[in-house]
Design a protein around this ligand. Sequence first.
Ligand code: AMP
Length: 382
Amino acid sequence: MAKILGIIGGGQLGMMITEAAKKMTECISEVIVLDPTKNCPAAQVGAKQIIADFKDEGAIRELAEKSDLITYEIESGNSEVLKSVENKAEINPSPETLKIIQDKLLQKTFLNENKIPVADFIQINNIKDLEEGLKTFGYPSLLKIRKDAYDGRGNYKINSPEEIHKAFDYFKEKNLMLEKFVHFKVEVSIIAARNTKGQIKTYPLVENIHEHNILRQTIAPARVSSKIAEKAQKIAEVTMDVLKGAGVFGIEMFVDSKDEILINEIAPRVHNSGHHSLQSSETSQFEQHLRAILGLELGSVKLIHPTVMYNILGSEDFEGEYKPIVIAEPNVFLKMYGKKISKPLRKLGHVNIVANPQESIDDLLKRLDSLKEKLQTIPQRQ
Ligand code: AMP
C-alpha cells in the first residue's frame, strides 16, 4: 500500500524529494513537510505543510502521527524526539545515525575510530583549549561550531594569535571544535545510498568549487586521476559500511597535496553536490533516496552525460524581490526553488549544463561562463 511520507524541512531539497515522490504514486500517496516558512518550496510543489520549527517537539509528534515514513532534508532535526516517535513512523536514516552526524565532533570521532581519514581535530571547551590546540595545529586553523552550521556559516578561520579571542567570542555559548587546516588541491564528493535491506550504491566522484564557504559549482565527473577516484570510492564504501541507516548520504572530501583523501563532512541526506544527477544520471539522487528508504532496489548510478551544476545565489548587494531568471538554451536545465526574496548568497536555484556527445568539461565551463550574467539576481524594481 502507498505510504504517507513526512519530511523534516521543506526547502529546496524537500521540494525535489517531493517532486520525485509525486512520480512514485504507487509507493507514496502523500507528502507532508515540517517547515517554519509559510508556503515553503516543498509546499509549492504539492506537499502538505506543518508550519513549525524543525525542532518543535509537538510538531514532530504531529508529523509522526500523520506519516508512515519520516525522512529529513536537514540534519538539525531533534534526534531525541525523533527517537521517541519511532513507534509511530519508520524513520530513515535512523535517529542514532542522525545524532552522530549532526554533531561534527561526534562525526569526526566516529570516523577516526573507524580508521577513516579526517583532518586532525580537538574539542574546544574554553579559550585555553583553543590556545593549546593552535600551538599544535598552527595557523591557519578552523574553529567550527559542532552543530547546526550550514553553508560554512559555522566556521572561523584563525590566521594568527591576534585573532584567537575574536574567534572564540564570535561563537559565544556554542559547543566548539578546532580543526587543522587542509591545504587541499581539490574538493570532491560522493553521493552514496543504502536501502533498508542493506544494498549500497555510490555515484561517481564529483568535483566541488566553493565560494564564501558555499558550494558554487559541481563538475561531474571530477577531473582527477582514476587512482584518486578509486581511492575516494573505497573511502565512501568503507564509510557506508560503518555508518548505519538507510537513505542517501553526501560524503564531502578533500584531496590534499599528497593525493591523500580526507573526509570533510557527511550529510545524512540528499546533497547539493548531487543535483547534477537530475539530468546527468540514470537515477536522480532524490528518487534514489526514496528507493532507499522505501526498501526498493536501488536504481542505476551511471553518469550518462558529463554535467556542470552551478548554484544561483542571491547577489551580495541587495535583499528583496528579484527579476525572474530565464534561460532558453539547449541542454541547460534551470531549476528555481520558488523563493520570492533574494538575500546575499541565498540559494535560490541551480542550473545543470549537460554535455552533448561532442562536448568536454572545458566546453561546459565555457558555456557556463557565457551564461553567468543571466544567472545573477537583480532587483525587481530597477
Ligand atoms: P564545512 O561547513 O565544515 O563543510 O566547511 C565548508 C567549507 O569550508 C568546505 O567545503 C571547505 O571549503 C572549507 N573547510 C572546511 N574544513 C576545512 C579544513 N579543515 N581545511 C580547509 N578548508 C576547510
